[in-house]
Design a protein around this ligand. Structure first.
Ligand code: COA
Length: 167
C-alpha cells in the first residue's frame, strides 16, 4: 500500500525542521541545486524563517513520521517587470519516499498557488537529473533553453535545462 502524506504550507515556525531537510538535500545532492551546502549550513534559523516568510514553501510528512519528508517552493520577484512569473525551486524529497508521489503532490500544491498569483512558472534543472526532468515534464513544464556549464561542482560542469509552464 502506498504511504499517506500530510501536506501543508510551511511558515516561520517550521524553520528548524525545514533547515534540516534543506541541508540534507544540499549535502546529499550537490549537483542538483544551484545553492550549496557550504553556503547554507552557516545560516541562522532566523534566515531560514525569513525565507519561509518570503517564499511559498509546501512541506509533506509521511503519516506517523514526525520528520519532514519533502519540500517544494515558489518565489515571486517583487520587481514590477518580473511579477508575472514565479520560480519553482528547492524541490527535494527524502530518498526513502522517492517514487511515492510526494514530489508531484508538493509541486502541484505550489502550482495551484502560483496559478492565482503569476502567469507562468519557470525552473532550471540539471540536464542529467532524469527523475526531476521527467517529473516536471509530467507536470506540464516544457524546455525553452539550455544553459551550458550552469553549475560547477567539484571541478565538474553541469548544463541546466530551463523549463516553463504557462498557465
Ligand atoms: C527530483 C525529485 C524531487 C523527484 O522525486 P521522486 O519521488 O524521486 O520522483 P519519481 O520517483 O516520481 O520520479 C519521477 C519520474 O521519473 C522517473 N524516474 C526516476 N528515476 C529515473 C531514472 N533514473 N531513469 C528514468 N526515469 C526515472 C520515475 O519513474 C517517474 O516517472 P513515472 O511517473 O512515469 O514513473 C527527487 O528525486 C529528489 O528529491 N531528488 C534530489 C533533489 C533534486 O534533484 N531536486 C530537483 C532539483 S531541480
Amino acid at each position: 500500500m502506498s504511504p499517506s502524506f500530510t501536506l501543508r504550507r510551511l511558515g516561520a515556525s517550521d524553520a528548524l525542521t525545514y533547515r534540516d531537510l534543506r541541508l540534507l538535500g544540499l549535502r546529499s545532492h550537490p549537483e542538483a541545486f544551484g545553492a550549496s551546502f557550504e553556503d547554507e549550513a552557516g545560516r541562522t534559523v532566523e534566515w531560514f524563517a525569513e525565507r519561509l516568510d518570503l517564499n511559498v514553501v509546501w512541506g509533506g510528512w509521511r503519516d506517523g513520521d514526525p520528520d519532514l519528508a519533502g519540500v517544494a517552493a515558489l518565489h515571486v520577484s517583487g520587481a514590477a517587470k518580473a511579477r508575472h512569473k514565479g520560480v519553482l525551486w528547492g524541490m527535494f524529497v527524502r530518498s526513502e519516499v522517492c517514487g511515492s508521489g510526494l514530489a508531484a503532490a508538493l509541486a502541484e500544491r505550489v502550482l495551484a498557488h502560483a496559478k492565482d498569483v503569476v502567469e507562468e512558472v519557470r525552473l532550471s534543472v540539471v540536464a542529467s537529473n532524469v527523475a526531476a526532468v521527467r517529473l516536471y515534464t509530467q507536470l506540464g513544464f516544457r524546455p525553452y533553453g539550455v544553459e551550458p556549464r550552469a553549475l560547477k561542482v567539484g571541478g565538474e560542469y553541469h548544463d541546466e535545462v530551463l523549463m516553463a509552464l504557462r498557465f
